[in-house]
Design a protein around this ligand. Structure first.
Ligand code: G
Ligand code: G
Ligand code: MN
Ligand code: NA
Length: 254
């Protein structure tokens, strides 16, 4: 309960921060994207991971304000990257399904983002399959509005959800992020290897890009390269890092 109270104040006290993890394009080896991952610097408990506080934020409804903050923060960073660097880097943010529950909130994002004139594709939203399988007529409209201002859609943790593939037909999805549970044992487990290869092939046929999550070893990397995966993300390249460190380490000045 006190953690919920603390979280209610965390935003205005400036205790929330976005960390950034690079997503690397296979083949070219260039930094293609980054994922923004929320962190909470709690004054007494130290750094708290989103795995712990996002569920609290969702139960309490605080996710709405926190999610707005994340999106605004990320959009400002994406704009700064677009203006200052030659390199095209897409920034992806995680979205909770609750943030799409009210129609007006998404339309407010669209209004705000439209004023920034971000180059198309500089911002992406990551959500899980669960959000897309529930039949909601206004979802199509919300996603089209975002798409109309150049925001792309990624499916996070792909393969762990409800395995209903029909939404891939109904919605315009640019990217599938293959869940790290498939990647983890890809070197040892023939089933995981087959599933990963099949997901990549399916995505290719549908014109959807793939990102493999949780890549930690060179062997995993080589297999993903063989399978034709587009991009990789994981500790092999870098852990999520604060913005200034991320920019110093990964972005080359134009
Ligand atoms: O960074 P870490 O591995 O601890 O993240 C744990 C989980 O928290 C991941 O599933 C990630 O998608 C989620 N997460 C991280 N940042 C955000 C955020 O800004 N909003 C939401 N809704 N989830 C996030
Ligand atoms: O659910 P989502 O894909 O958004 O979760 C992202 C989370 O995965 C982040 O919390 C990040 O810290 C974590 N992560 C990123 N790369 C790796 C990795 O190589 N190994 C493991 N175990 N976790 C990772
Ligand atoms: Mn994610
Ligand atoms: Na994931």
């Amino acid at each position: 309960l006190t953690l919920t109270n603390d979280l209610a104040c965390a935003l205005e006290r400036g205790e929330l921060e976005l960390f950034y993890q690079p997503i690397v394009e296979l083949g070219s080896g260039r930094l293609a994207k980054a994922e923004a991952l929320l962190r909470w610097r709690h004054p007494r408990r130290g750094m708290i991971s989103p795995g712990e506080f996002i569920p609290i934020a969702e139960e309490s409804g605080l996710i709405l304000d926190i999610g707005d903050w994340v999106l605004n923060e990320a959009a400002d960073v994406a704009l700064r990257w677009a203006m200052n660097y030659e390199q095209r880097i897409q920034l992806a943010v995680n979205i909770s399904p609750l943030q799409f529950a009210e129609r007006t909130r998404v339309l407010q994002w669209v209004d705000r983002l439209a004023t920034l004139h971000l180059p198309p594709g500089s911002l992406a939203l990551e959500f899980t399959e669960g959000m897309l399988i529930r039949e909601r007529p206004e979802l199509q409209q919300q996603l089209s509005a975002l798409r109309s201002i150049g925001v792309e859609m990624s499916i996070d943790d792909f393969g762990t959800g409800f395995s209903s593939l029909s939404y891939l037909k109904r919605f315009c999805i640019e990217t599938l992020k293959i869940d790290r549970s498939f990647i983890k044992d890809i070197a040892e487990d023939a089933t995981d290897r087959s599933l990963t290869e099949a997901i990549i092939l399916m995505a290719k046929k549908l014109g959807i890009k793939t990102v493999a999550e949780g890549v930690e070893t060179a062997v995993q990397l080589r297999l993903l390269e063989q399978f034709g995966c587009d991009c990789v993300q994981g500790f092999l390249f870098a852990r999520p890092t604060p913005l200034d460190e991320f920019e110093m380490r990964f972005i080359k000045e134009a």
